[in-house]
Design a protein around this ligand. Structure first.
Ligand code: BG6
Ligand code: MG
Length: 215
């Protein structure tokens, strides 16, 4: 177990709440309207990637001029925002409130590191706008995951070194970002690859002391 853990940094989409389905429906609607083949499996590869990189991957190398790319990203986001209206605190994933309470009881600092430009809106919808000491989102840094910049930005705000923080992620790009930054990492679900220090199916029934002990 790392001796001196002082902070936890959480990804949002797929860790705190499951917005992946809404992202999928929004990309799928755009893709269908534009006649671009796009499947659920294609969407899995977009987990954790920025809106821009997601569009690049959806295009699979087909050329797209910048004006159209910008317009499509706005359209996709408008579709996403329509569905986001339905989100309530019931959408917080099982185990998350308990884990956050355990962390607070251990006096750990709490950060959010999300690639999403909608992260603060999602936190508001979940009733979590004041849950985290530092919120890093799609506006915080230039280089998105898998670069480590966002987590380093959040750690700086928390006043902890990467070696003193654990990142919780559901995406391979996020685990890569954590590892590149020198953080401890917990991978959740099937899409995280093999790089994380610990893998769990989800945070349901998670016991923080056990997680820290098994890193
Ligand atoms: C990540 C999601 O958290 O945010 C990605 O996993 C999404 O699917 C990315 O593309 C960017 O989100 P947004 O809300 O800025 O389009
Ligand atoms: Mg995620």
């Amino acid at each position: 177990m790392p001796a001196d853990i002082r902070g936890l940094i959480f990804d949002l989409d797929g860790v705190i709440t499951d917005t992946a389905e809404y992202h999928f429906r929004a990309w799928k609607r755009l893709a269908d309207e534009e006649g671009i083949p796009f499947t659920r499996a294609d969407n899995e590869a977009l987990r954790g990637l920025s809106r821009r990189e997601s569009l690049n991957q959806m295009m699979k190398g087909a050329p797209l001029d910048e004006t159209t790319a910008q317009a499509w990203m706005v359209r996709k986001n408008d579709y996403y925002l329509e569905w986001l209206q339905d989100i309530t605190p019931d959408a917080i994933l099982p185990g998350v409130p308990s884990l956050l309470a355990q962390a607070r009881a251990m006096n750990l600092r709490l950060g959010l590191g999300s690639a999403s430009k909608n992260a603060k809106l999602v936190l508001d919808k979940l009733g979590m706008h004041d849950t985290f000491d530092v919120v890093g989102d799609g506006y915080s840094v230039v280089n998105p995951k898998p670069e480590p910049d966002l987590f380093i930005w959040v750690a700086g705000g928390l006043g902890v070194y990467p070696t003193q923080a654990v990142v919780f992620e559901d995406a391979e790009a996020g685990i890569q970002a954590a590892r590149h930054g020198g953080f401890w990492s917990v991978g959740l679900g099937d899409a995280v690859g093999s790089l994380s220090h610990l893998r769990l199916p989800s945070l349901a029934n998670a016991v923080l002391k056990d997680i820290l002990a098994s890193l």
